[in-house]
Design a protein around this ligand. Structure first.
Ligand SMILES: [Zn+2]
Length: 392
């Protein structure tokens, strides 16, 4: 179920640009996504499989050996070139680590990014190329197949059913249940995943099959942006040779390293946006072109506490959100913590906002929630209530 794919709206560009402007210029408070700091300091590199679990087998290769070799190279490139980043490996030798334990390592170390490295396999020897996954419900049998193959690692564990809440790798319902744990960091995970695939496609000039979602147990409980990279197919003789070669491993490791570096830079740049109002001079100089529009909104805006229903968060700024969300009315966007937050409606009464929240949820945005603003700034609902009681 993709909550966003089949949803759409009406929307006023007039309201959109000014609010965006206000958000960028003045900055808005951090929100519930703000558990992460403003810098990427710790990355966990997870070499898939190991020990008694060889992973996929090629004619001349075992997945566990290639994932370890590439993982160690990725970590080394990061350590050599990004001195402010701490690299943690889930394993540095050929040993078995349960999937849940890998997520635990990332969570306990408060990692900012989790990168799991794997190799693909297919009954046919034809498919080749990289695939990068983020947690979610697979939209194709092929993607489900990849998740099932990777999740089969739990069959080497002693008590898989208790460790994974009764998860059954072959039950479709198990995968649906898993997708309910859609992570808070989906947009950021997708961002990193696309950067990896783009590195492969444009820098290595190799086949990048794209970014997909599927239910991977290793990503299930991570509490940070997380991706799983399939480096290539051991079932394809040419690709197997490439994956076994030093050159191939260096190429793929550097692609992941560069993608991580780009992700870190853009994340930190976005988070370095000013959060305090800028002096008036700077405002005029930097965005004079939208100034008239801004004035228009400021005057038309609710002066007191305003409630809106937030239904979507993403890394992308949609220039025409009414096309992206055609069923949703009165869309506004604000920016916080490097992400774009899309809201619908504006109300002075929280009860009216709650009615609207239900309507938005019925459109499929089940996680839609009410947010409050005061003088163009995001405030907590508690603060909004107090301001209302004070007659604001
Ligand atoms: Zn694997």
């Amino acid at each position: 179920m993709n909550l966003f794919a089949n949803i759409v709206s009406k929307f006023q560009v007039r309201a959109f640009i000014p609010l965006l402007f206000i958000s960028i210029v003045f900055g808005l408070p951090q929100n519930m996504l703000g558990q992460q700091g403003s810098r990427i300091r710790t990355v966990v590199i997870d070499a898939g499989h190991g020990g008694k679990d060889p992973g996929a087998l090629g004619k001349h290769s075992r997945e566990k050996d290639i994932t370890l070799a590439v993982a160690l190279k990725v970590g080394r490139y990061i350590q050599q070139n990004l001195k402010d980043v701490k690299v943690i490996y889930t394993r540095t030798t050929d040993r078995f680590i349960p999937l849940y334990r890998r997520a635990e390592i990332a969570n306990k170390n408060h990692a900012d990014v989790f990168i799991s490295i794997h190799c693909n396999s297919n009954p046919s020897s034809k498919p080749y190329g990289t695939e990068t996954y983020v947690m979610g419900l697979s939209k194709s049998k092929a993607n489900l197949g990849v998740a099932k193959a990777e999740n089969a690692a739990i069959l080497y564990e002693d008590n898989p059913r208790t460790s994974y809440d009764g998860f059954d790798i072959n039950s479709p319902q198990s995968y649906i249940n898993l997708s309910l744990f859609q992570n808070t960091y989906l947009a950021q995970s997708l961002n990193l995943a696309h950067l990896i695939e783009n590195q492969v496609k444009y820098h290595l000039k190799r086949k990048a099959r794209g970014v997909f979602q599927a239910g991977f147990l290793v990503l299930w409980r991570t509490t940070m942006p997380s991706v799983l990279v399939e480096l290539g197919f051991l079932s394809n003789p040419n690709e197997e040779a490439f994956l076994l070669s030093q050159k191939g491993q260096i190429y793929l490791a550097s692609a992941i390293y560069r993608a991580f570096k780009a992700y870190k830079q853009s994340f930190e740049k976005e988070n370095a946006l000013p959060r305090q109002p800028l002096p008036a001079k700077t405002k005029k100089a930097s965005v004079s072109s939208v100034k008239t529009v801004v004035n228009q909104t400021v005057t038309s805006h609710t002066p007191g506490v305003e409630y809106r229903v937030q239904f979507y968060t993403g890394a992308h700024l949609y220039k025409s959100p009414f096309k992206k969300f055609p069923q949703v009315t009165n869309i506004k966007v604000y920016r916080s913590n490097g992400m774009y937050k899309y809201t619908s409606g504006h109300f002075t009464s929280i009860n009216k906002a709650a009615q609207h929240q239900k309507a938005i949820q019925q459109l499929g945005y089940r996680d839609a929630f009410i947010v409050a603003f005061y003088q163009q700034k995001r405030i907590s609902l508690n603060k909004a209530r107090k301001l209302k009681l004070a007659g604001k």
